[in-house]
Design a protein around this ligand. Sequence first.
Ligand code: AGP
Length: 623
Amino acid sequence: MCGIVGAASLRNVTPILLEGLNRLEYRGYDSAGIAVLREGQLQREREVGKVAALESLLEQRAVKGQLGIAHTRWATHGKPSTLNAHPHLSNASVAVVHNGIIENHEPLRRELEAQGYRFHSDTDTEVVAHLFHYYYATTTHQQDSLNEAAEPAQRLMAAFRATLGRLHGAYALGVLHIEHPDSLLCARMGSPLVVGEGSEEHFIASDPLALLQVTDRFIYLEEGDHALVSRDACRIFDTAGAQVDRPIVRFEHGDQIAEKGDYRHFMLKEIHEQPRVLKATLADKVSDEGRLLASVLGAEAEALLDRVEQVQIVSCGTSYHAGLVARYWLEGLAGLPCSVEVASEFRYRHVVVPNNTLFVTISQSGETADTLAALRFAKRAGYLATLAICNVPGSSLVRESDLRLMTHAGPEIGVASTKAFTTQLLALLWFTVLLGRKWLGEQRLAELIADLAALPAQIEQVLALEPDIAALATRFASKHHTLFLGRGPHYPVAMEGALKLKEISYIHAEAYAAGELKHGPLALVDDDMPVVTVAPSDELLEKLKSNLQEVRARGGQLINFICEDAGLEDGEGFHNLKLPKVSDSVAPILFSVPLQLLSYHVALVKGTDVDKPRNLAKSVTVE
Ligand code: AGP
């Protein structure tokens, strides 16, 4: 949430910063700001709303310079307003941008107010600006590990370290001081930050995507790292203040720079990318001869997996729904007991860890604060090993887990997750098959691998039904509440469908296991409440059909996603969308796609901001 970008260059950095903000906007979009150093002056401009509003403002102001920082905000402390927008200044000499939450901002604020500092915002971030100003003003020139550096840089670093030493909570920071027109300070604790290396220029950003227009070479700061970045150098220090080398990594998705192309929204583009990215996700996991390639999980994976007796999955939001589907697979296909929990609950629970339990996190971003905290907790709790299923190679979750299983969805920009979900499901089914390989027998194994390989083409067929789904969507536009029903693994698919609809159309949607309907929610059903069912032709279909009749008998309007052979026809209150019949194992993946399209088209009819729904942001890096 929120986005940081910074640059030290010989050229004017303002266009680089604005382009970076545009690329980061999906991470937070309630206000934006920029601070640039020029000829001993700190110029700062901020505006409420999207980055375009800041761009319009800058057309009227000459904000230029060779060193600068910028920010797009998702409000935590203090409402969206110009005063609360970043960068925050102290005494017109320090500028700070921040992602995360400074948990001890209240006592720090009182302390700084007692020192005479005046606060101009309601944010937790402003304390960082004043604290740094205070330490810079009071720090004597100290010797430290910057032996080769000039004395003023030592003072700058000493003040920065003193500041960081006072902060509790999570942060990625970018900091400027007016007396150091060549130096950009940055730090990472609980919130991601990268340094980008250009030709005689350096950049910082909370996400490499922000800088792909200027470089594809990145250094991922580790937890507790801080750095002194200038045009021609980048020196990184660990928590103890020792200078460290971090590898430079080339960005893998450089050829897929996130552009909408001919699509009206990123979400639609990402829905339509699913056949391609599902194929890519499978490609490194199954050989041409149909052999499972366990080595993608990391060295020694196979021997370790043989010891797994249970699986604990922890994740958030859409990734949690992927975990819930996987439980049906792991128990049904691999015979392994599996628990699934949302990370925000798991991390504060006193868990009992059964022997030989594999701890699995699922995350598109790999930076979700609760999931990361759950992983760190699990590493101390006695699990057999940790596995991250993730879409971002250099992310914290991937780096901190013993094993990794990469999805290859490519950058997902729409806040509502689509292709990340289906690639997670595919990776989870592959992983289930791998865990159950000895159990399943050769023939079943071969069938499951063939199911996975056939899926991209089947999803193409579903995408071709978009006009029919768009027509169904018109039934929703004027509604305020919707029920989604499913059974078995299609219950979590229904949960994901309900989440999609809420996120982007703001229609209240709840998912129920269809068998639970008569235990309460049936009371809500009337002809003003559409009921969406996820009803593939599996062993539970006949039971589900009875649930549909229960709804219809109360006047409910049913929208059923069914297979061609379901034996259900359109009629009064029955609106069916027929999908190709696929094997039970992959049906949850296939049936997710029409629900994504349904939400998208409902949002279009309602005219909401599909890619940037209100109050939300991509990648939730605060608790
Ligand atoms: C889903 O559409 C949302 N974007 C959200 O629920 C998301 O899945 C959740 O915040 C978890 O994110 P992660 O996969 O990056 O960890």
